[in-house]
Ligand binder design. Structure first.
Ligand code: ZN
Length: 92
């Protein structure tokens, strides 16, 4: 999986970044999850996406949107707080 922005945490990136390729931030493209435009300085992943009768594409997904889709909003709040406390940087 490719990622854009900074890995997290910066000093010792999570396993999802091991072997992943850093790509330029896809500024202006819409996040596949929230639909908001990717901005310079955003962090996230490039995710293969294929809908019914739609060709395979690689779409940007904000890191927080990706985590929210995995953990749900309540657990994501806890993950954010613990991550920021443990690593001293925002998981954004
Ligand atoms: Zn998003």
């Amino acid at each position: 999986m490719d990622y854009f922005g900074a890995p997290y945490p910066k000093a010792d990136p999570a396993p999802i970044y091991v072997g992943a390729t850093h790509v330029p931030t896809p500024v202006g493209q819409a996040c596949i999850y929230c639909g908001k435009s990717i901005l310079a300085g955003d962090n996230g992943f490039m995710i293969p996406f294929q809908g019914k009768d739609v060709a395979l594409t690689i779409e940007p997904w904000h890191r927080l949107c990706f985590l929210e889709s995995t953990f749900g909003p309540e657990l994501l709040k806890i993950v954010r707080e613990q991550g920021e406390e443990e690593f001293g940087e925002s998981i954004y």
